[in-house]
Design a protein around this ligand. Structure first.
Ligand SMILES: Nc1ncnc2c1ncn2[C@@H]1O[C@H](COP(=O)(O)OP(=O)(O)OP(=O)(O)O)[C@@H](O)[C@H]1O
Ligand SMILES: [Mg+2]
Length: 290
């Protein structure tokens, strides 16, 4: 992309489980590919939702476990559309470093190498080696503060939070916000909360509206008139579980569906926000150096 070298590193999170993190990661990534971007998803969740979403058999490949341990160069762990085998559906331009169940033992495995390994260190070298190859690298995280989740917070430039109309959604968002602030003060000062995606919204329920309104009014970036909630909400639809069952994205199975279009609009919004932030960072640099 013009004027930019190296992928944007985007974490997707919320401490609460089942709030759309993986569905959003996969579909935002796929929508960005449709815009011509080259995108990598790194699955950092031992429950390997993103890996399963593309029909990839988690135990069949080396992946994020070996990457975090430094056992394999990250580029050797990348799966692409060229690797598509029986039941595996990675779209062209959307690559994946898969996760497997053994990720739950990563602390112990890292401890055996060095007791002093930090969440910041483990992802640094792999991301550095991959950045030149992509426009975006998405980090899909687990719904709890596992070592790989902390590594995502300590290495991402941007975070996108997921929420669904659910009474516990707000608590999960608040925890994630606290973690973002904590990560900022403990070694990742440039981390930016890019926005909150509200998904599985059913217009008929007042809970959906009240969550959207709550996020809209509560999560504003310091003094900015722009809400931190993305303008585009993702509707609730049965096509999502259906498409996941066949290991594909909506872009492959329901290209003209309303929800697919919402993901297109959301990806455009995300890129708009990223470009705006990059432009303001460039301006700040010019002022400092000028
Ligand atoms: N817009 C939507 N409409 C209907 N169902 C949805 C929608 N988005 C996600 N879902 C469903 O909600 C469930 C949870 O979604 P998802 O796996 O993306 O959440 P998650 O936050 O990644 O979960 P976990 O914390 O377990 O990793 C899935 O069964 C998925 O099919
Ligand atoms: Mg998930």
């Amino acid at each position: 992309m013009v004027g930019f070298s190296g992928a944007r590193i985007v974490g997707v999170g919320n401490q609460k489980g089942g709030v759309g993190k993986t569905t959003n990661t996969v579909h935002i990534a796929r929508a960005l590919v449709e815009l011509g971007r080259k995108v990598l998803i790194i699955d950092l969740d031992m429950n390997h939702g993103a890996t399963r979403h593309f029909g990839v058999e988690p135990e069949a490949f080396l992946g994020s476990f070996e990457m975090l341990l430094g056992e394999e160069p990250a580029e050797n762990l990348v799966l692409t559309s060229a690797d598509n085998a029986e039941g595996m559906h990675l779209p062209v331009g959307l690559d994946l470093i898969p996760a497997a169940r053994k990720l739950e033992n990563i602390d112990k495995a890292l401890g055996a190498t060095s007791k002093f390994m930090t969440p910041q260190e483990v992802l640094k070298a792999p991301l550095l080696s991959l950045r030149g190859k992509y426009d975006y690298i998405f980090l899909d995280t687990a719904p709890n503060a596992t070592f790989p989740t902390l590594a995502a917070y300590m290495n991402a430039q941007y975070f996108i939070l997921s929420a669904m109309p659910d009474p516990f959604a707000i608590a999960g968002l608040n925890d994630a916000l606290r973690d973002i602030n904590d990560a900022r003060s403990r070694g990742n000062p440039a981390l930016v909360l890019l926005g909150v995606v509200v998904s599985a919204v059913d217009k008929r329920t007042s809970l959906a509206n009240s969550l959207a309104e709550f996020v809209d009014s509560s999560f504003r970036t310091g003094g900015s008139p722009e809400s931190i909630k993305f303008r585009t909400n993702i509707g609730r639809s049965t096509v999502i579980p259906l498409t996941q069952k066949v290991g594909k994205t909506l872009f492959e199975t329901h290209s003209t569906h309303k929800v697919t279009d919402q993901y297109r609009a959301l990806a455009a919004e995300i890129e708009e926000r990223v470009l705006k932030l990059e432009a303001s960072q460039c301006e700040a640099k010019v002022v400092v150096h000028g």
